[in-house]
Design a protein around this ligand. Structure first.
Ligand code: SF4
Length: 278
């Protein structure tokens, strides 16, 4: 059975990639990264470094999919086209703050990787059945609640840090080659190997960010922040079906460019689950 690392460029999946390359975990066949179009500059730098490392060390092949571009699609959002929704904020009629349904993870991450596996790894036509395939997901023991059953019958969700695999039928079985680790264990292992720690990866415009994360982006990555402002302005009146109020990237429902961020507010408003940016 093919083993494919879902590479999100975050700490866990990157650590898993190196552990598999270096023999601490069984050898995977490929690692696939789906680029949604506007990751942080630091993540693209890390990706380039990783691709060079892979080439120089004959590492597991890394595939970068750029078939869909969420940044461009959002930039050209309009009420006339079917827009995909990111978890942006909008005011409800009663004055409370609501969050749009997240469709981006599935469409721009999971589906892109699944299509690549069908089209290029197996060379199958649309609608053809894929053989059972182990998709390795970097969920560490401190975030075990993110473990899930796969939605596709061919997909075996495999969790090397947790020691389980799950199937579409609702099975959850033990794997005997697992390396139980939390995120600190992974950091420690990377440091001991002399490997650089990746920065937290996410779309620069992801609305899940805390105020502290927005403030840090504004101060230390002004180009990323400028890109987020472009998206914030572009989506304002894109109003997906059923949403009548303007939408915003920031929970205050005010334009991102004008928000006075509270650096003490460290709560994220959600998480990309499963394969998104881990
Ligand atoms: S990081 Fe945020 S905006 Fe980007 S795909 Fe994940 S949930 Fe969507």
């Amino acid at each position: 059975m093919k083993r494919i690392i879902s590479l999100g460029l975050g700490l866990q999946s990157t650590g898993m990639y190196f552990m598999s390359c270096k023999g601490l975990l069984p050898k995977a066949d490929f690692a696939i990264f789906s680029d949604t179009g506007m990751e942080a500059e630091a993540s693209y730098k890390y990706l380039q470094w990783l691709l060079n490392w892979q080439r120089d060390n004959c590492g597991i092949p890394i595939i970068v999919c750029r078939d869909k571009n969420l940044f461009e699609d959002l930039l050209h959002s309009s009420p006339d086209v079917h827009n995909v929704s990111i978890p942006a904020f909008t005011a409800n009629e009663d004055g409370s703050i609501g969050m749009l349904r997240r469709q981006c993870t599935h469409k721009y991450k999971i589906q892109v990787i699944n299509d690549y596996i069908r089209d290029h790894i197996y060379g199958l036509s649309k609608g053809a059945r894929r053989p059972p395939t182990a998709i390795w997901l970097g969920i560490s023991t401190d975030e075990i609640e993110r473990m899930a059953y796969p939605q596709q019958s061919w997909c075996i969700n495999t969790y090397p840090y947790l020691g389980y695999y799950t199937t579409h039928k609702g099975e959850c079985n033990h794997i005997d080659w697992a390396r139980p680790m939390n995120s600190q264990d992974i950091v420690r292992w990377l440091v001991l190997q002399g490997l650089p720690i990746p920065t937290k990866s996410a779309c620069v415009f992801c609305p899940y960010k805390s105020d502290a994360a927005w403030a840090a982006q504004k101060e230390f990555a002004p180009q990323d922040f400028a890109s987020a402002i472009r998206i914030d302005e572009a989506i304002r009146n894109s109003t997906p079906k059923g949403v009548n109020s303007p939408v915003y990237l920031h929970r205050s429902c005010t334009p991102l460019a004008t928000v006075d961020f509270d650096p003490e507010q460290k709560q994220n408003w959600g998480e990309c689950s499963g394969t998104c940016h881990i």
